[in-house]
Design a protein around this ligand. Structure first.
Ligand code: NAI
Length: 425
């Protein structure tokens, strides 16, 4: 089993200081977390609870963990991707009272899964996942814990898909909130967060411009929409590939070129996958691509770009830049893969993840979901649950108040009108 990060680092003290600076900065821009922290410190809703978290361990997520700990929880945390952990933040988090953090960047599979096991060894009563790793490990290897687990919360689209599939098979044995599916998360985090941070990460990793490039966005879902819009805003020509007819039509009506990947492969300069699906860019596409293309993925798992096929085709491969691996083809073309095909906004060496303000919202929803599980967990049976709208609205209202934005309220007559069917022309 993996040890806490502090025991894994040579110089934990300087790592801790650096991580604390990053967390301080994040805190200053997270008014929702600040408001919830105040409430939780006062009410101690999580006293006696053990919360296991598997999330990208960076500054914003660390703020969520410390807010839950401030509410009385014992928190055990690990990463949800071997390349997205910031070791300094992990060390800072490990020194927060009530928190133990096991995540370390770049570890091999054994240490990665060892850290998940160490987190589960805290016998959680609540799980908070980004990609369903904890739920999967608990159901497969530690089913004896299920009886004492009140529930869980899931952050991302892929995790919610997997949970729904598990639920349909009757295999999900405790309630889990689909945090991803709330308006306060999906309409901001997936769209703006992924759009801004993926493009920023690619630009900073490559030092290349978007202007004049042909950017192929695979998948026109929430993330794809954000990526396409921001790339277009940076003067790139955007091409969209889709498999869902209405989303393909939506992209077409937004003014993007829509075509099969087979055709896009020939003209793209940058390929960015956002599908949550596998084998989106494969051998026949690599064979058509131009010299120097960039290949990046923003979907949850590293299965969207077929790196095995690319390795098979390559006669040589080398690190072209920090975070960029070049694959040289027999005819001399070089195809450049960023961040090993993992989440490009989180896994390149300089990646920072989503903007702080966006994560404040997503984690605000996570925090109120954990509170709901503690307060009303017995009202939810095993399975995937939508987050109650009142909770999502609560988070929106905190944010609007922090921004000093006032908005209207329905009058009684309007509320009655909206609820009635009798009024006509
Ligand atoms: P979504 O379900 O809204 O969109 C996915 C789109 O991809 C759908 O329109 C679907 O029809 C399309 N698609 C599926 N297979 C395809 C294929 N072979 N070719 C072209 N299009 C295809 O999902 P959302 O919310 O956009 O999330 C996408 C992925 O991004 C998920 O894995 C999610 O977990 C991840 N995610 C990543 C974030 C990040 O920080 N990088 C943040 C939020 C989500």
């Amino acid at each position: 089993m993996t040890a806490p990060i502090t025991e894994q680092l040579d110089d934990p003290e300087s790592a801790r200081e650096s991580g604390q600076r990053k967390m301080d900065w994040a805190r200053q821009h997270m008014p929702i977390m600040a408001a919830l922290r105040e409430e939780f410190e006062e009410d101690q809703p999580f006293a006696g609870e053990r919360i296991a978290m598997a999330m990208h361990v960076e500054a914003k997520t660390a703020v969520l963990a410390e807010v839950l700990a401030a509410g009385g929880a014992e928190v055990a945390m690990t990463g949800c991707n071997p390349l997205s952990t910031h070791d300094d933040v992990s060390a800072a988090l490990d020194s927060v009272e009530g928190v133990t953090c096991y995540a370390k960047r770049g570890v091999e599979d054994e240490a990665y899964y060892g850290a998940i096991e160490a987190t589960i060894a805290h016998d959680p009563t609540i799980t908070v996942d980004d990609g369903m790793d904890l739920v999967a490990a608990i159901h497969e290897d530690y089913p004896e814990l299920i009886d004492t687990i009140v529930g869980g919360a899931e952050e991302t689209t892929t995790g919610v898909h997997r949970l729904r599939a598990m639920d349909e098979d009757g295999e999900l044995k405790y309630p889990v909130f689909a945090v991803n599916d709330t308006p306060m998360k999906r309409l901001f985090d997936n769209v703006h967060g992924t759009g801004e941070s993926s493009l920023a990460s690619i630009a900073m990793t490559t030092n290349l411009s978007w202007a004049g490039k042909t950017v192929v966005v695979a998948g026109y879902g929430y993330c794809g929409k954000g990526v396409a819009k921001k790339a277009s805003g940076q003067n790139a020509d955007v091409v969209v590939t889709e498999v869902e007819p209405r989303r393909a039509l939506e992209a077409h009506m937004e003014g993007y070129d829509v075509m099969p990947m087979e055709d896009a492969a020939e003209i793209g300069d940058v390929f960015l996958t956002t599908t949550g699906n596998r084998d989106v860019v494969v051998r026949e596409h690599f064979e058509q691509m131009q010299d120097g293309v960039l290949l990046a993925n923003a979907g949850h798992f590293d299965v969207e770009v077929d790196l095995d096929a690319l390795s098979d085709l390559a006669v040589d491969t080398y690190e072209a830049r920090d975070g960029v691996q070049a694959y040289e083809m027999e005819d001399g073309r070089r195809l450049n893969v960023l961040a090993e095909g993992r989440l490009v906004n989180l896994a390149t060496p300089i990646a920072l993840g989503h903007p702080v303000e966006v994560m404040d919202q997503s984690f605000g929803v996570q925090a109120v979901c954990v509170r709901e599980l503690v307060e009303n967990g017995d009202e939810y049976g095993a399975g995937v649950h939508d987050v109650p709208d009142r909770l999502d609205k609560e988070v929106a209202e905190i944010k609007l108040a922090a921004e000093g934005v006032e908005f209207d309220e329905l009058t009684d007559a309007q509320a009655e009108y909206m609820d009635s069917w009798q009024h006509g022309t």
